[in-house]
Design a protein around this ligand. Structure first.
Ligand SMILES: NC(=O)c1ccc[n+]([C@@H]2O[C@H](COP(=O)([O-])OP(=O)(O)OC[C@H]3O[C@@H](n4cnc5c(N)ncnc54)[C@H](OP(=O)(O)O)[C@@H]3O)[C@@H](O)[C@H]2O)c1
Length: 326
């Protein structure tokens, strides 16, 4: 089968190659899935460089998440051949077939196609865990979402809006503003540059943001400490800027806000019941047409390098989806 292998860690994708591998052998408790679509996440890029917190030994098959059809499963797994599922387990999604533990899979929402299901899982569960589980977002609250063109950022905008919050989206790329506005339908899209706190104050009538959702870090995080309302929450989601920011503890004290660390995958592992509830809630919102994953483009897996380079080059608005076997 076709599989995207990371043979060697490098900063320029030279250690990544499309290989022909034997089909994976299913162990007890696992489900063998024919992958129909798999989406690219920023951690996939980081893992080709050894720059992510999870560091698999090389060689490994890249890819965090996929959607596909069950080929083979244990009779008591709850899955039967042909069931349309989505899920993943940190690696192995960028291949024609994948074996994952049954508890890492969920049924796809009714009426959703494979690319949308592959694009939805990690981004929306990250957004839901941050906004709902950790911050208890409420209708009418102001939510400031950074990196809003990204998979996670767009999902956070879409979900917050679906739950009745008022969204301000930010981007570091001026050319993406109109596309973000069309997809996320926020109250405003602003540039995350310099003193953007004044714009947040203007838009919110001085109230500032109840929740700041930050996948970018660095200077954007620093300025975000000035954008949070008293009693608000600043959610640390990631560091796409490349700099992990530091905050003096007197700032959250004086301004009365909390800095909240988000680890969506770990949250679901530690609280499996909550993890299942999150998946159910996202599926219900998708089936009701209240959230829609945004896909920038779909490519055959044979053109994986274009996809990885587009993400590294910050070209995408929404998710990159690969179709294996073509
Ligand atoms: N905490 C968790 O549980 C969790 C779970 C999943 C992902 N994450 C993290 O969330 C972050 C976003 O992941 P993603 O898959 O949504 O990535 P993505 O689709 O590539 O989006 C990242 C966005 O960050 C912005 N950005 C700002 N500075 C950048 C830079 N120097 N290089 C590249 N992008 C930059 C870009 O938006 P603009 O061009 O619009 O500024 C880009 O669209 C990553 O750090 C990832 O590790 C965290």
């Amino acid at each position: 089968m076709q599989a995207l292998r990371v043979e060697r860690l490098s900063g320029d994708l030279s250690g990544v190659t499309l290989a022909d591998l034997p089909l994976p052998v299913r162990a007890a408790g696992e489900v063998l899935v024919r992958v129909r679509a798999a989406s690219l996440n920023f951690p996939d890029l980081l893992m080709t460089q050894g720059g992510y917190q999870f560091k698999p030994d090389v060689p490994f098959t890249s890819g965090l998440e996929f959607a596909g059809e069950v080929v083979e499963a244990d009779p008591d797994s709850g899955f039967t051949p042909g069931t349309r599922v989505m899920g993943g387990n940190k690696t192995g999604a960028f291949a024609e077939f994948a074996c994952v533990a049954a508890d890492k899979l969920s049924p796809m929402p009714h009426g959703m196609d494979f690319p949308a299901a592959a694009a939805m899982g990690a981004a929306y569960s990250t957004a839901y865990t941050g906004l709902v589980e950790l911050c208890g977002v409420q209708p009418g609250q102001w939510v400031l979402v950074h990196g809003a063109s990204g998979g996670v950022g767009l999902a956070a905008c879409d979900l917050a809006r679906a739950l009745g919050a008022r969204v301000i989206a930010t981007t570091g790329s001026p050319a993406k503003r109109d596309r973000i506005a069309a997809l996320a339908q926020p109250e405003a899209v602003i540039l995350a540059e310099g003193r953007f706190r004044d714009q947040v104050a203007d838009i919110t009538g001085g109230a500032l943001a109840d929740i700041v959702f930050d996948p970018v870090g660095g200077d954007v995080f620093d300025e975000s400490t000035r954008c949070v309302a008293f009693g608000g929450k600043l959610v640390v989601v990631g560091f796409t800027s490349g700099r992990i920011a530091e905050v003096s503890t007197n700032i959250p004290l004086i301004k009365g806000f909390s800095v909240v660390g988000l680890r969506a995958g770990e949250y679901a592992r530690r609280f499996p019941e909550r993890g299942r509830a999150i998946q159910k809630a996202i599926t219900a919102l998708a089936e009701a047409g209240r959230i829609t994953p945004a896909i920038d483009r779909t490519l055959p897996l044979s053109r994986w390098d274009e996809g990885f380079e587009a993400m590294a080059g910050r070209e995408l608005v929404g998710k990159m989806v690969f179709v294996p076997g073509v």
